[in-house]
Design a binder for this molecule. Structure first.
Ligand SMILES: [Zn+2]
Length: 357
């Protein structure tokens, strides 16, 4: 954790500043271990492996199971509560668990992810939209989108997520940027001031128990005149089929599902090869347009493997129809709203929304 992050942090309960108590500093000057304490509530939030974990209950107690070494090391500041800690089964924590596992298997910020990012945000955003901005990445996963925004010239990026994928983001994709910050936090209790020029949430809100509530919370961290961008899944028959399959695959242990997902990945890959073949010849080009899921043709096999694992294992997915996202933006009181459809008219379409505060 960089001490500069303190200027942006605020208690999610009372809005007061958080005070830093460092235990250990890394060679690069970042705080490796320590804790943050609300000046008013006196609630303590640990900094573990260089990442502050500013979480409400039950996620705060849950940290003891995830990082037992830290809590054993500092019993004076973090005395053990009576009784054995129990695992939290909050729905959003289950989603975070799945992504923490998934992103530990897919840590790369591939070139195809960068292409995907620009394809998701454009329109209305382009790579120049991030330049010199203070940006919030709500639901950062392994940090690839934050990394791209920093590469496109963002002034500073704060990336947060609910689970241990923040460790992947911190150690793999955001390491070495002097203007990046990683935080473990809950989207419904974001411990940050309302100072951001731009907040983005890509592929996150549709996995929440209350997606619109999450969107509103993210919007709450944007300064007046700042902007919000969100991307959510659309509804289509092929997605409906995948949902039926997911009812079964969700129950398969994650490790096994990771390997099993290679089978539908191969099917998708073959569909994409058929499309590429038909698209090459003028006579079959019209037929090529009828091959489903052709939008994945430019992905690597491994990139498709990630998509399949994601779709078959995630505990919660909501799908949206035309007008849904616009409703969120309007009810949040945003102006200059732009909602567009990605992959318009195709199977697996989706929605992107932008609005200004
Ligand atoms: Zn407080």
């Amino acid at each position: 954790m960089k001490s500069r992050l303190l200027d942006l942090l605020a208690c999610y309960t009372c809005g007061s500043p958080l005070r830093l108590h460092p235990y250990a500093t890394a060679p690069d000057g970042e705080i490796a271990e320590g804790y943050l304490e609300c000046e008013k509530c006196r609630e303590k939030h640990p900094i573990i492996h260089g990442v502050p974990r500013v979480l409400p209950e039950p996620f705060r107690t849950d940290l003891r199971l995830r990082y037992p070494d830290f809590f054993q090391k500092y019993p004076d500041d973090f005395p053990a509560p009576p009784g054995a800690p129990a695992k939290t089964w909050a729905p959003s924590r289950e989603v975070a668990d799945m992504y923490a596992y998934g992103w530990s298997k897919f840590t790369e910020a591939w070139a195809e992810f960068r292409r995907e990012f620009l394809h998701v945000v454009d329109p209305p955003l382009t790579r120049d939209s991030f330049r010199d901005k203070l940006i919030l990445d709500a639901g950062c996963g392994q940090g690839r989108f934050s990394r791209f925004m920093l590469e496109f010239g963002a002034r500073e990026v704060v990336a947060f997520d609910l689970g241990e994928q923040v460790d992947t983001a911190h150690q793999h994709n955001l390491q070495g940027f002097s203007n990046s910050h990683v935080l473990q936090a809950d989207i419904y209790h974001i411990p940050l001031k309302a100072e951001f020029d731009l907040a983005i949430s890509i592929g996150v809100l549709h996995h929440l128990p209350d997606p619109e509530g999450g969107f509103r919370s993210v919007t709450g961290r944007v300064r007046p005149g700042g902007a919000v961008f969100a991307w959510v899944y659309g509804w289509s028959p092929i997605i409906r089929m995948l949902q039926l399959l997911r009812k079964i695959t969700r129950r398969i242990p994650r490790r096994a599902l990771f390997h099993l997902a290679v089978v539908p990945t191969a099917v998708l890959h073959i569909l994409n090869l058929v499309y590429a073949l038909l698209d090459r010849l003028p006579r079959t080009r019209r037929l090529a347009r009828r091959v489903p899921l052709r939008q994945y043709s430019d992905r690597s096999f491994r990139g498709k493997h990630w998509i399949m694992f994601d779709h078959l294992s995630v505990p919660i997915i909501h799908f949206y129809r035309e007008g849904d996202l616009e409703g969120w933006l309007r009810r949040a009181g945003l102006r200059n709203i732009v909602v567009t459809e990605r992959y318009k008219g195709q199977q697996g379409s989706s929605w992107r929304g932008y609005g200004e505060k």
